[in-house]
Design a protein around this ligand. Structure first.
Ligand code: AMP
Ligand code: MG
Length: 395
């Protein structure tokens, strides 16, 4: 048996090396960037007018001139005009280039135009007023985005602006989700009295889908030879294998021994935690195998606490759990890390964790009422209101 922190470091020292793939930027959100994105020109690429109004030379105004003859119109998307006479001005539109010879923009709201003459109603005008100068945000060849960041629509804006319709992201490992158990039937079946629907695997599939990772689906009976044959085939075609069920001490829990017989190296079996104690983890040359206990709350917790960070870190992305403040005293006697189900409520800007432990690791109904798990360390038994702990969110 290993501790939670030992299990974490074993898992995180066995990251997989992802391939890269190109995707259209429109469908890249949520993916992890695998290339550097550079500015192909200065941003903004020219001195950009930020307000509709007139562009003029501010020195003329400071020298006492308040009425400027309108000598032209500079629209967005048109070649740059030149101010011929410093005593004149050019009407300019947002997004246009600053006309040559001008250095400030006065908004239409701050002028009066009569008979092609614009009178400025302001007290002062400074050089650069309402101008977004070339290269102010980024310069040509600057690295705008580095590998390892999670792409959001904000990054899509950047990629589009530097002319990248497609982007390289990290590819997910070929993934298999396997349920084991003679009691399991598929969710479109009516179970007999002694059967249940295989709900876990769908939860896992949905959790992976949220990360954009698609998985193949398998169900295997609790028979050693069947398990051996099926697993051997699945291992040959997948890099990430997530099993649920069959890893405890039951008479028909064959998963650990079968995995080892198929050449998957056992890196740990059992973590001193509740729920999820029977967790088995192993690797072979090209595969990483997470064999989770079948109890739905255990499966669910283990995915978010161990597998999601493993995936993110394999992509070079940062992955840190937030923290939350315990809102009520809690006691937990066993010398195990306790992943307590909690509901988070923000109070005065602080996430407060309200315990709602549910009816044990088989009670998946309770999951709908909570936000995630608060990680209460094994070294203590009494946890006081106001203490801050790591929080594993699943919403
Ligand atoms: P096991 O880890 O195989 O001992 O299973 C522990 C409990 O979880 C048993 O009550 C199983 O019926 C249940 N269980 C196992 N796999 C699943 C699944 N895919 N969906 C729902 N419950 C499951
Ligand atoms: Mg079972």
């Amino acid at each position: 048996m290993v501790t939670v922190s030992e299990a974490t470091s074993i898992i995180l020292s066995h990251l997989f090396v992802p391939r890269k793939e190109k995707v259209k930027i429109m469908v890249s959100t949520g993916r992890i960037l695998a290339e550097s994105i550079k500015a192909d020109r200065d941003l903004p690429p020219f001195d950009r007018v930020t307000m509709d109004g007139i562009a003029l030379r501010s020195k003329e105004f400071r020298d006492g001139l308040h009425t400027f003859k309108v000598s032209g119109v500079q629209a967005a998307g048109h070649v740059r005009l030149k101010l011929a006479d410093p005593a004149s001005c050019i009407e300019v539109m947002t997004g246009a280039m600053m006309p040559e010879g001008t250095d400030a923009v006065v908004r239409y709201e701050d002028i009066e135009i009569n008979d092609r003459n614009a009178t400025v109603k302001l007290e002062t005008i400074s050089k650069g007023d309402n101008v977004h100068f070339q290269g102010m945000d980024a310069q040509e060849n600057d690295v705008l985005l580095s590998p390892g960041i999670k792409i959001s629509p904000a990054e899509v804006v950047l990629m589009a602006s530097v002319g990248k319709p497609e982007v390289e992201v990290y590819a997910f490992p070929k993934t298999a989700i396997i349920s084991t158990g003679d009691e399991l039937v598929s969710i479109d079946q009516i179970p007999l009295a002694h059967q249940i629907r295989q709900s876990n695997s769908h939860g896992l599939q949905a959790a992976l889908h949220e990360l954009n990772c698609e998985a193949n689906f398998f169900r295997i009976a609790d028979q050693k030879d069947v398990l051996e044959k099926s697993l051997s085939g699945i291992l040959g075609h997948h890099q990430l294998i997530i099993l649920s069920g069959g890893v405890s001490k039951g008479k028909f829990d064959y998963v650990p021994q079968v995995l080892e017989s198929l050449g998957v190296k056992n890196l740990f079996h059992q973590i001193s935690q509740k729920p999820g104690k029977p967790f088995w983890f192993g690797v072979s040359k090209d595969q990483t195998v997470f064999a989770l206990p079948g109890n739905p709350v255990s499966t669910y917790m283990c995915f978010y606490r161990y597998i999601k960070p493993w995936l993110m870190k394999s992509f070079g992305a940062d992955y840190l759990f937030p923290s939350a403040t315990l809102a009520q005293d809690v006691s937990f006697k066993p010398a195990l890390t306790y992943f307590l189900q909690v509901r988070i409520q923000n109070e005065n800007g602080r996430p407060m964790a309200y315990p709602d432990a549910g009816g044990g690791s088989g009670d998946f109904v309770n999951l709908k009422d909570v936000t995630g798990f608060l990680e209460l360390p094994a070294e203590k038994n009494d946890f006081k209101k106001g203490e801050v702990f790591s929080f594993i969110p699943f919403r």
